[in-house]
Design a protein around this ligand. Sequence first.
Ligand SMILES: *[C@@H]1O[C@H](CO)[C@@H](O)[C@H](O)[C@H]1NC(C)=O
Ligand SMILES: *[C@@H]1O[C@H](CO)[C@@H](O)[C@H](O)[C@H]1NC(C)=O
Ligand SMILES: *[C@@H]1O[C@H](CO)[C@@H](O)[C@H](O)[C@H]1NC(C)=O
Length: 501
Amino acid sequence: MFPSFIFVGLAISIASGGQTLNTCNLAPKGSPYFPRNFSFGVATSAYQVEGGWNSDGKGPSIWDDFTHNNPHLIDDSSNGDISADSYHRFDQDLAALKELKVDHYRFSISWPRIFPNGDISSRNQKGIDYYNDVIDKLLLNGIEPMATMFHYDLPSEIQKIGGFANALIIEKFVIYATELFEQFGDRVKLWMTFNEPLIYCKSSFADARYPPQVDLSGVADYICVDNTIKAHAAAYQVYRSQFYDRQKGKIGIALDSYFYFPMPNETESVYRALQFNMGFLAHPIFHKSGDYPDIMLKEIESNSLREGRLTSRLPPLKGYWKNIVRHSADFFALNYYSSRYLRRAEKPKGMNPSWERDMDCDEIVDPSWMQAVGSWLHCVPEGLEGMLKFIRDEYDNIEVIITENGWSDKGTLEDDNRIQYIKSHLQAVLNAINDGSNISGYTYWSLIDNFEWKSGYSVKFGLYAVDLMSPKRERSPKKSAYYYKEVIKSRKIPNHINEFS
Ligand SMILES: *[C@@H]1O[C@H](CO)[C@@H](O)[C@H](O)[C@H]1NC(C)=O
Ligand SMILES: *[C@@H]1O[C@H](CO)[C@@H](O)[C@H](O)[C@H]1NC(C)=O
Ligand SMILES: *[C@@H]1O[C@H](CO)[C@@H](O)[C@H](O)[C@H]1NC(C)=O
């Protein structure tokens, strides 16, 4: 999931807005059943759940270094050294997955567990064995493994040469991805290269919230996105040319964005903001142009020239790259959490230069929206339906798998608000399917409570609680786990949430 944007809430009345959004509730349209082959799952990521930060030869990641060196920058001064200890206790996760009877499980592979110094010269068989065990146990239990290759935990040694700000990351990533296809591709058929690139590029290179804490906004974050897209496309090329014929898998990239609803007369601003958010990575990969959205290229070039630069801070993709980036994914992996109202900015936004300044829009929250723990997360299921329609219309009805969607609280087992969030968002998915969208799966974030980046353990997204006070880290189902289990069993959205308490 993604962290809080620095967001200035504007105390304005939305009553005059074009559309009234019901708080966390959606009316059904059409069939109440999900298609037979629709896949339900849950997700986690390596640094957030595994622990075992230096077990069995694993190398350090930038998140190990960052949390060890800067505990004061994490809300509860914690780190992922042990977390839910899934590295040693995957069987407890497996028991929860079996109890839910999920169709798929999305997890991420820790790059520094496979290559402790980031490079093939340091290949670590014990790290490979761990994921072999995870994958084999999933398959033995009829659960489809869905693997993310990169979910923020970059090997520290790659950061020493600049990480995602250095184009060498492309070659490094391709070597790592090739190793994963070789080791696991006989059994893993659903891959995601990167998780939420816009989040880690902005947080790592624009506002210095994540390691390596660079604050070169509007420049280094764009370089990071550009290198990520090229690394993704290069890995896709390798898969299609060397592995696809015998492995027959699919590759995606997990992209996140708010959806936006217009303030009066602001429909064009909504399109602009969607292109700056979702379109930034989705347009090059899924649109036939093979390049960044026109509106971004145009605005950023003109801002760059005005700043006295000789070239744009976001140059277009060219020649070779354009050709391999275009259509370099087999499905659209969507992470959706929340939405905003939108209008063109009333005064200049953010740092100069920055993505915020280039986008030039105000994001507005309706104070009546149900709010989670975590300032950015409000329940707006209409936004998921809107995003699915946007993807259908913009990207030729490509197959979509919702790879994250979830609700945070302080950890109560009687989590009725989480159930309401899941219920209303599943209704959005079902409405979109009934409206012709090509959606094949839904993944709740997260299976278990885990290390939530800068929020540490103060924010909980799990269907299962984890007892952090106990060395055995016992998992306990929340009310929402029983609810989701009933969804999976009945293939529809149960009406009453109280019958599962
Ligand atoms: C919206 O646009 C219409 C037509 O251009 C105009 O008549 C109306 O006053 C505008 N409303 C607002 C709130 O700006
Ligand atoms: C859904 O996506 C799949 C995979 O991309 C594609 O083969 C199929 O034609 C799509 N279905 C529709 C109705 O567009
Ligand atoms: C699921 O089944 C429907 C209806 O039989 C079919 O149109 C669709 O392509 C299938 N989707 C996948 C992902 O297999």
